[in-house]
Every structure is written in C-alpha cells, then in structure tokens.
Design a protein around this ligand. Structure first.
Ligand SMILES: Cc1ncc(COP(=O)(O)O)c(C=O)c1O
Length: 365
C-alpha cells in the first residue's frame, strides 16, 4: 500500500515530523554523552513507547514518568528502568510499585517523610526496599524541600524500613519564565549548582547519594554540564514547541509537532476559524510571555481565542484565509497536546510514514 499523504488526513490531526524528532533525540543524547551524564528523558511529553524506543536506541539510560500508571504502561512495553519523578503518596500506590519492582529497576520521588512512608509497608513486608529520590526546590516554588532542609528529610526517609535513599532531583520549571536567554542560562546554572551542593551536604552527613538529577528542556544543556550532576531528565525536547522557540531553546526548524487544521469559517476579513480548539491545542499559554494559543506556520496570524472546538485566528494585515484551506499550527506546549490525542501521525515531508500510539495518555493515577 503506498504511503498516504498529509492531504489525505482528516483534521484536526497531530503531525510529527519524524526527521526532526530523530534529530532532536540524537542532539540531546549527544549533549548528555559529552557532559558525561546519564539521560533519562521524561516520557510525560510523548507518552508513546515508540518514541521512547527511539530515545533508548539513541542511548537513553531509562525513562522518567510522572504517574505510577505511566510506569506500568512503559513496563508493559518493555522499559525496565523507570523513575516516577513525582512525590508519590498512597498505600495503594505502594502496592502497585511493589508489583512493578519485579519488572523494572524502579525509583520514586518524595519530598516528605510522611509521604514516602505511605509507600513503604508492602516493600517491608516483602523483605525488599523501594528506591526514593528526594525532590529539592532550587527556586521553582512548586514541590521539593528547600536545600537547607534536605539533610534532615533525606536522613529520615532513608531510615524508614522498606525505603532506600538513591539521591536527589530537581526540576527548574521557573526557567519557562526566563525572558532572556541569559536569564534562562542563569537559572540552569543555579539548578545544577544548588542541587550538586545539596548532594555534597548529604554525603558529608554520611548519606548515600548515587544520583544527582536535573532536568527541563530550556535548562538541560547548561544544567547537565555542572560538575556533580549525574543525570538529566528533559522531556519536551523531542518535539519542542512555540514556547521553546520564544525562550530561545531552539529554532522553528527544530519543532517536530504541529497540528494540521482546516479553516471552517471566515466570518469577517480579520477573523478565520479553525477546527482545532482547546480539545486539540489545550489552553496552555505561550511562555515566557503570553501571546495567543498557537502560531500558524508560514503566516504571521495567530490563534487569539479558543473554545472547545474552535480556534479563532486574528488575521494579520495582508493575510487572508479561505474556507476549506488547511493550515499547520505550532502549539504553545507540545506535551499537553500529545496528552489530548490517542495517536500522532508520523510524517516525512508530506508522506505519512507511521502512526504513533499515545498509549500512556490518561494514566493519571
Ligand atoms: C519533575 C520533572 N522533570 C522533568 C520534566 C521535563 O521538563 P521539560 O518538559 O521542560 O523537558 C518535568 C516537566 O514538567 C518535570 O515536572
């Protein structure tokens, strides 16, 4: 059967340029090799075993995920080194993690002894231990212990029967607010330095620290080069998106994921409406500075308003749209777009080459 063309796809469709995807994967893998750190990509971005397979083939050490359900899905697909990079809490989760531990080398995040303790009992009863990585807040202000509390919390987690301290990790999500490249680089440097300093304090206190794990796409290149960092967990880099371009992480040519949409209405000269609304694009804002809900490739026009099924384009001066015309939209945030769809369409140029199943989507527990 000859490969279908892009034109034959029903819209809206999420399209992934496979050449750009593979180049992004190879580039980050090369960066990690040069920096001498292990790459453990965050699979929350694609939730797709086929893409994770490409990352593994390029040298990824294991995968990061955010949910126990995602870990289960990737273990089913044969991935055997998984880090749930989230403070997992709940006795039910502890039981599922014990079952998973038979199939994969496993670790989970934690930022409190109370939370980590909820996972310990099944491991203790089975005469086993669960690896725990302490989350440290290096400035994002979301989860994580402040560096000055790390020794105390790490010591108490490591003392819980059924748990074993593996190391420390952080995520500098505040890098997405950096309005200049220099600001992002500074956040990246501090991400690495603060986490490495925290690891040194833990070791000085006699605690074991095997892993010192940083990671976000805007900060990865600089943070992974800080001495003392052992692992990096970027996720978004496989696709990139409008926010990464605005942050200066990459150029437009490095964006692998776009949405193919159809113009379904042109009710006024300054307004066109696409069949891609918030159910396709999500409502995530452009970072670091808000600016619509998606950029139309090859045009200056942007999507300025969304409802569930409608993407309302503010038509830029000198541009026009026709009903039935197809456009490609660069989303603000590719990770949430992938999570909204069962399948991604892999293309080479205008040829459809593969259907990528987003099989770990919706695994929220
Ligand atoms: C804990 C953690 N690690 C790594 C990542 C990957 O970051 P990015 O999507 O910027 O690559 C995320 C993203 O949300 C995260 O929350």
């Amino acid at each position: 059967m000859p490969p279908a063309s892009l034109e034959s796809l029903s819209t809206p469709a999420v399209v992934v340029d496979l050449d750009v995807l593979e180049r992004n994967i190879a580039r980050m893998a090369a960066r990690a090799r040069e920096a001498g750190v292990r790459l453990r990509p965050h699979a929350k971005t694609h939730k797709c075993p086929q893409i994770a397979g490409l990352q593994r083939a390029a040298g990824a050490w294991g995968l990061s995920v955010a949910k126990v359900g995602e870990a289960e899905e990737f273990a089913d697909a044969g991935f055997d080194d998984l880090f749930v990079a989230f403070p997992i809490v709940g006795e039910d989760k502890g039981r599922r993690l014990l079952a998973l531990a038979d199939r994969a080398r496993l670790a989970v995040g934690a930022d409190s002894v109370e939370g980590a303790r909820t996972l310990a009992q099944p491991f203790r009863e089975a005469g086993r231990s669960l690896d725990v990585v302490l989350k440290v807040d290096v400035g994002y202000g979301r989860v994580g212990v402040l560096p000055e509390r790390a020794v105390d919390v790490a010591r108490r987690i490591g003392a819980v029967p059924g748990l074993r301290l593996r190391g420390v990790f952080t995520h500098a999500g505040h890098g997405y607010g950096g309005e200049t490249r220099a600001a992002v680089e500074e956040i990246a440097r501090l991400e690495g330095e603060r986490l490495a300093a925290t690891a040194a304090e833990l070791r000085a206190a006699g605690l074991p620290v095997e892993e010192v794990s940083v990671g976000s796409t805007p900060t990865a290149a600089a943070a992974m080069r800080v001495p003392g960092v052992t692992e990096c967990r970027p996720g978004n880099y496989v696709f990139h998106d409008g926010s990464q371009v605005a942050l200066g992480t990459c150029s437009l040519d490095d964006c692998a994921l776009t949405i193919l949409a159809t113009v379904v209405s042109v009710p006024a000269a300054d307004r066109a409406v696409l069949d891609a609304g918030s159910k396709t694009l999500s409502t995530d804002p452009l970072r670091p500075v808000a600016g619509g809900y998606g950029q139309l490739l090859g045009r200056s026009s942007r999507i300025e308003k969304l409802s569930e099924e409608h993407g309302v384009v503010a038509v830029a001066k000198g541009e026009s749209f026709k009903v039935g015309e197809r456009v490609r939209v660069l989303p603000n945030h590719a990770c949430v777009v992938a999570n909204l769809h069962d399948q991604l369409v892999g293309v080479c140029g205008d040829r459809v080459e593969a259907v990528l199943e987003v099989s770990a989507r919706g695994k929220v527990r």
